[in-house]
Write a protein that binds this ligand. Structure first.
Ligand SMILES: Nc1ncnc2c1ncn2[C@@H]1O[C@H](COP(=O)(O)OP(=O)(O)O)[C@@H](O)[C@H]1O
Ligand SMILES: [Mg+2]
Length: 366
């Protein structure tokens, strides 16, 4: 296969569709993934992530649309001829081979020199923290450990395109977080382009250079973790990625550099325009950590509202407050315990002020 160095569109899908009978699992997906990128398909269960990945791997054929790798249509290649390696949700290790042999299997088949096989297998087993288990058989490992062996086996072959379906799903939380960083390090070291599937937004945010947020077979937004978090394209993405307060209202001012939205709690100023129609329904999306809260009135001129504290949760380094606003809506506010405002005396049923910077929120049309 020809190589296109440094191309921004190494892996391309064009209007990819997959139907199962009447149901559309993947609906008109066009993506462009750069060489060396770690790209996450993020969405809740059943949204079509695995089906999309399986089409990339060649295990499922598209109903329509096409897939290009390095400028070539991959449709003419059988799965085993594609320079990609997929790790499945349900991984299959060889039960009669020990862990070392499982990881070495593909390398031996490729006929790599013994020293290189030894070095790569050792490196991979270290990565997944199973060096000490090299001589065990798969049934002597836990499910999570087996998943890590499968991961080591996928990476050992250094494929051009690594396809990971919920790669860390079987690991417990602590090991998963640790492995996320290690996995990113090794993927970057190997330089392999990686498409991973996850339903876990933290995992996608931690690992991926860019994320495609999916719902019902469609891609709703593609962007860096920061872009999808700070500038979600719509309510679904805003709500799916992290926590968000969505304040519904109508667009009442719209200038290139600012706009105002008339909402149930009052007029909200936002530091960007949307080139929309006046009075159109919109939502102001504001993250809980971008709201400030205090019992004393702050010296701010706009986006200052008041309400009643209904719930407080302490999480060590930060507190979360649920505040009932004047129109009956509830806002979630988180404050670091290092906040410059005095939070110590805020308690249930207190009247509080809350406010935010006009650049902290975004206006969503849909
Ligand atoms: N082989 C199949 N036959 C029929 N329907 C399928 C098949 N594979 C997946 N689906 C359906 O396609 C949709 C997307 O599934 P999937 O891609 O596995 O979602 P995800 O990986 O995001 O959880 C689901 O509604 C699922 O039931
Ligand atoms: Mg899946």
């Amino acid at each position: 296969m020809s190589e296109l160095a440094n191309t921004a569109d190494y892996l391309v899908t064009q209007k990819l569709v997959k139907r199962f009978d009447e149901a559309v699992a993947v609906d008109d997906v066009s993506l462009s993934i750069a060489k060396g990128e770690i790209f996450a398909l993020l969405g809740s269960s059943g949204c079509g992530k695995s089906t999309l990945l399986r089409m990339l791997a060649g295990f499922e054929s598209p109903t329509s649309g096409c897939i290009l790798l390095g400028g070539q249509d991959v449709a003419k290649f059988a799965p085993y001829d594609r320079p990609m390696n997929m790790m499945f949700q349900s991984y299959a290790l060889f039960p009669h081979l020990d862990i070392w042999e499982n990881v070495a299997f593909g390398l031996k088949r490729e006929g790599l020199p013994r020293d290189e096989i030894k070095q790569r297998v050792g490196e991979m087993l270290d990565l997944v923290q199973l060096g000490a288990f090299a001589k065990r058989k798969p049934h002597q490992l836990s499910g999570g450990q087996q998943q890590r062996v499968a991961l080591a086996r996928s990476l050992a072959k250094r494929p051009k395109l690594l396809l990971l379906d919920e790669p860390l799903g079987a690991l417990d939380k602590k090991l998963r977080e640790q492995t996320q960083f290690e996995l990113v390090n090794i993927i970057e070291k190997v330089g392999v382009t990686c498409v991973m599937v996850t339903h876990d937004q933290e995992e996608a945010m931690t690992m991926a250079n860019r994320i495609a947020v999916m719902s019902k077979g469609r891609v709703l937004q593609v962007g860096s973790p920061e872009e999808v978090y700070e500038h979600p394209a719509n309510r679904f993405v805003a709500d799916f990625i992290g926590n968000v307060n969505l304040i519904e209202g109508k667009l009442s001012v719209d200038e290139p550099d600012h706009c105002a939205v008339t909402t149930g709690i009052g007029v909200v100023s936002v530091g960007h325009g949307i080139s929309g129609a006046l009075n159109m329904p919109v939502a102001v999306a504001i993250r809980p950590e971008k709201l400030e809260i205090s019992k004393t009135r702050p010296d701010v001129g706009f986006n200052l509202f008041h309400g009643t504290v209904k719930e407080i949760a302490y999480f060590g380094s930060y507190n979360t407050y649920i505040v009932l606003a004047s129109d009956g809506s509830r806002l979630k506010i988180t404050e670091a315990n290092t906040s410059r405002h005095d939070l110590s005396d805020i308690t249930w049923e207190d009247q509080v002020y809350f406010w935010w910077d006009d650049r902290a929120a975004v206006v969503l049309r849909s």
